[in-house]
Design a protein around this ligand. Structure first.
Ligand code: UDP
Length: 312
């Protein structure tokens, strides 16, 4: 049994991680300040004696009593709409928050897994994206607050590894979806599903020719657990390589919800990446043949069922 700290544990991915470690009999300390996370995501976990919650902004000094074996640093706004609304908090959690989490890892002798992102590749000039690509990021654009915070977080994580010998793992997470995404987080999955369920037009930004590759949350969590336990420092891409245009994605949502919604075209956000697809050959190799198992159709059905309640 291990004692695991999950920052951002009340968020979309964080709450699935809490559940996974509790299921394996580990002790989970969840830390969140509910800026974008939600108490609803973890309400069902409080009856588990191995679960505890610390309300905390991780950009300030983190104190945890007793031993800690692993820290999964997942605290951050992650939707473009959120980080445009919270630019300074986003920069602070990626920089100061990562520094605090690494300081705690050093103090406790814990292994730290950093949640990084495909956004470190920016609007990529290499396709699909491999871990050795250095990226194409606009540091002063509106998305820069997230992209640069995560790039700094990677640099800080590697510095603690090299200078202090802290055991670290870095994952670059590509677009992930599933139950517990926030209905109003502004990302394409909740937007399109909510619009389709309400019979409203689906708002495709730009001409919809930009691509994304969507990974179901259970596939991501399996990859994260394997990475934490592997001896590979990373960074490692984890995502589903099935690539779709946003227009194709809109059509898939309309079809799976059986909606009569139409599609409208809105302006493309500044610096919106034109294409994104993970090269997952490294993950396959170092994570024991890890592969996404959940098809887009199966994952979307579960996600649509989750949002049906929320929309109602
Ligand atoms: N998008 C869209 N309509 C929406 C929300 C998003 O067409 O209502 C597009 C967005 O411009 C981007 C893609 O969908 O090209 C994915 O956006 P999201 O915000 O989910 O995440 P990103 O991959 O950009 O971080």
């Amino acid at each position: 049994m291990a004692r695991v700290l999950i920052t951002g544990g009340a968020g979309f991915i964080g709450s699935h991680l809490c559940e996974r470690f509790l299921k394996e009999g580990d002790e989970v300390i969840c830390m969140d300040n509910f800026i974008t996370g939600s108490p609803d995501n973890i309400a069902h976990l409080f009856t588990n004696k191995n679960f505890s919650f610390i309300p905390q902004d991780v950009t300030t000094f983190i104190y945890v009593k007793g031993p800690v074996d692993a820290i999964l640093h997942f605290a951050s706004p992650a939707s473009p709409v959120d980080y445009l609304e919270l630019p300074i908090q986003t920069l602070k959690v990626g920089s100061l928050g990562t520094h605090k989490a690494l300081g705690l890892a050093k103090e406790k002798g814990a292994r730290l897994l950093l949640a990084s992102t495909s956004e470190v590749y920016g609007d990529p000039l290499v396709h699909p994206q491999k871990e050795d690509y250095w990226g194409n990021v606009n540091p002063i654009g509106p998305r820069g607050v997230y992209d640069e915070a995560k790039r700094f977080a990677e640099a800080m994580t590697m510095a603690y590894h090299r200078a202090h010998g802290v055991q670290v793992r870095i994952v670059r997470i590509f677009n992930t979806y599933g139950p517990r995404m926030r209905l109003r987080d502004g990302r394409v999955v909740p937007n399109f599903i909510a619009q389709a369920l309400r019979g409203e037009d689906l708002t495709v930004y730009g001409d919809g020719g930009q691509t994304r590759s969507f990974c179901f949350v259970s596939d991501l969590v399996e990859g994260l657990v394997r990475l934490l336990r592997s001896d590979h420092t990373g960074p490692v891409n984890i995502g589903n390589p099935r690539e779709l245009t946003i227009l194709e994605f809109a059509q898939a949502i309309i079809q799976l919800t059986g909606s009569k919604s139409k599609i409208t075209f809105n302006p493309l956000p500044v610096d919106d990446p034109k294409q994104r697809q993970p090269d997952i050959s490294l993950a396959r190799r170092v994570l024991n043949n890890w592969e996404p198992q959940v098809s887009l159709e199966a994952g979307l059905r579960q996600t649509i069922a989750y949002f049906q309640d929320k929309v109602a």
